[in-house]
Ligand binder design. Structure first.
Ligand code: NAD
Length: 468
């Protein structure tokens, strides 16, 4: 493997460490860790002023042990082959940890989004989709992209629209997830990764013995936290953490870091940023000396939700948080991981913690394939059944329910409620699985999450009978 594949090598280092705790065949493990397909594409963009620019992008399908493969598309200047391969591999392991039946994939285009108009971004997205289609790298049963850093609902809608123009597949809506609801998206997808981060951190905090080891009280209530990156994942993670009783005391963004001991009013800050174009100068907060300084604040929980390699050998020894919730992909380098682990920090790893997005993407894909909204068939039936039970209770007792109580108690589950319940269950169950493996093998949670996925993917390979 070339020296330029550093991020992918880092993922494989973690894989190898975890693989040593399994009894799987060495050849099978070698098959599991490589990337099955790597597509590198270049195409011309005609800019609004008529000039031509060459655009470079990738799509990597890491593992075909399950199809379709699944993974986000990133628009950033950091995008390269190494990063896309590493992120694709992480997707395989992430899907396995939360029992989402997909192989891992990832895509990316190396652009600085700010330098292009919306129509240029649309042309880039549509051409990229066309290239993926031509090379068999997109389709509801093949490979299903989703949003990632620098992309969102709008790009996903353009991908679907392009795919529909060139494919007659009846399941075309399932070729991409993270779409707007009006284009076959699902309620709760936009918030899913951040909400999953909250469920995962909350579950970790609910383990009394684990908290005792960290010198912390159990529960999320009253815990202080810091967020790096106030984008889709960071914002929703922070919002849910606050609603769950935690206090946001610091934020690091591209323009700088802010801090407030009393807690930061998140929604007012977001509004302020929209108007002022910066988080700096927000009422009741202090500006810290450098952009990354908030990472070093004295707090219970640090949530890096921006990009990879943010916690590294340069700053790891100054990080004071007792819990690190890796919302971003690969935010902690292996050197930083060792430093933090030796200090007793609990690192809740990315390959588990940010799996909420792919979990709800899975629900969206299921919705697209079944061509029906979750809850559409059963909601009214459930409500009628609950009302019958409540009326029996009224008939055999003196209890009379108010209209408000009836509305609350007889509520059937709609799409939003079902998605949220599925996400919560997934994150809680997976945390407990990896926490048990952590204790069984006396390893950290990252290694435990890798052990969990390697064993699950290994089982699938073995059951295919291809390997001994
Ligand atoms: P986003 O583009 O919506 O937000 C990222 C935010 O980070 C932006 O506000 C940006 O200004 C900020 N940022 C970038 N570099 C920074 C730095 N050095 N310091 C401080 N802030 C910085 O992206 P997102 O979708 O929220 O993704 C964030 C991370 O979460 C990425 O690592 C992504 O791979 C991962 N992730 C995203 C999803 C998803 O559903 N969107 C799912 C799983 C994982």
């Amino acid at each position: 493997m070339s020296d330029s594949y550093q991020f992918f090598a880092q993922v494989n280092k973690a894989f190898d460490k975890a693989a040593s705790y399994t009894n799987l065949d060495r050849g099978l493990l070698a098959q599991m860790r490589i990337c099955n397909d790597v597509l590198h594409i270049t195409f011309p963009l005609e800019k609004d002023d008529g000039s031509i620019e060459v655009i470079e992008g990738w799509r990597v399908e890491h593992s075909h042990h399950k199809l379709p493969t699944k993974g986000g598309i990133r628009y950033a200047m950091t995008v390269n082959e190494d990063e896309t391969m590493a992120l694709a591999a992480l997707m395989t392991y992430k899907c396995a940890v939360v029992d989402v039946p997909f192989g891992g994939a990832k895509g990316g285009i190396r652009i600085d989004k700010k330098k292009y108009s919306e129509t240029e971004i649309e042309r880039i997205t549509r051409r990229y989709t066309f290239e993926l289609y031509k090379k068999n790298f997109i389709g509801p049963g093949l490979d299903v992209p989703a949003p990632d850093y620098g992309t969102g609902e709008k790009e996903m809608a353009w991908i679907l629209d392009t795919f529909r123009q060139i494919s007659t597949d009846i399941n075309a809506e399932g070729c991409v997830t993270g779409k707007p609801i009006s284009h076959g998206g699902i309620r709760g997808r936009k918030e899913a990764t951040g909400r999953g981060v909250y469920f995962g951190v909350r579950e970790a905090c609910n383990h009394v013995e684990d908290m005792k080891e960290l010198g912390l009280e159990p529960g999320l209530e009253g815990k202080t936290f810091v967020i790096q990156g106030l984008g889709n994942v960071g914002y929703h993670a922070a919002k849910n953490m606050i609603e769950g009783g935690a206090k946001l005391i610091g934020i690091a963004e591209l323009e700088g870091s802010i801090w407030s001991e009393e807690g930061i009013d998140l929604d007012n800050l977001v509004q302020y940023r929209k108007e002022a174009g910066t988080i700096l100068g927000f009422e009741g907060t202090k500006e810290l000396e450098t952009r990354d300084k908030a990472l070093e604040l004295d707090c219970d929980i640090l949530i890096p939700a921006a990009l990879e390699n943010q916690l590294n050998e340069k700053n790891a020894s100054r990080i004071k948080a007792k819990i690190i919730g890796e919302a971003a992909n690969g935010p902690t380098t292996s050197e930083a991981h060792e430093i933090l682990k030796n200090r007793g920090t609990l690192i809740i790893p990315d390959n588990y913690l940010n799996a909420g997005g792919v979990t709800v993407s899975y629900f969206e894909w299921l919705k697209n394939l079944s061509h029906v909204r979750f809850g559409r068939m059963g909601k009214r039936f459930e409500e009628t059944s609950y009302r019958k039970i409540l009326s029996v209770i009224e008939n055999i007792s003196d209890r009379r329910f108010t209209d408000k109580e009836l509305e609350y108690l007889a509520q059937g589950a709609g799409e939003g409620e079902l998605v949220d319940s599925g996400l919560e269950e997934t994150m809680i169950q997976a945390y407990n699985e990896i926490n048990e493996l952590r204790k069984k093998h006396n390893v950290d949670l990252r290694t435990a999450a890798f052990i969990s996925s390697i064993e699950k993917v290994g089982l699938i390979y073995e059951s295919m009978g291809i390997f001994p």
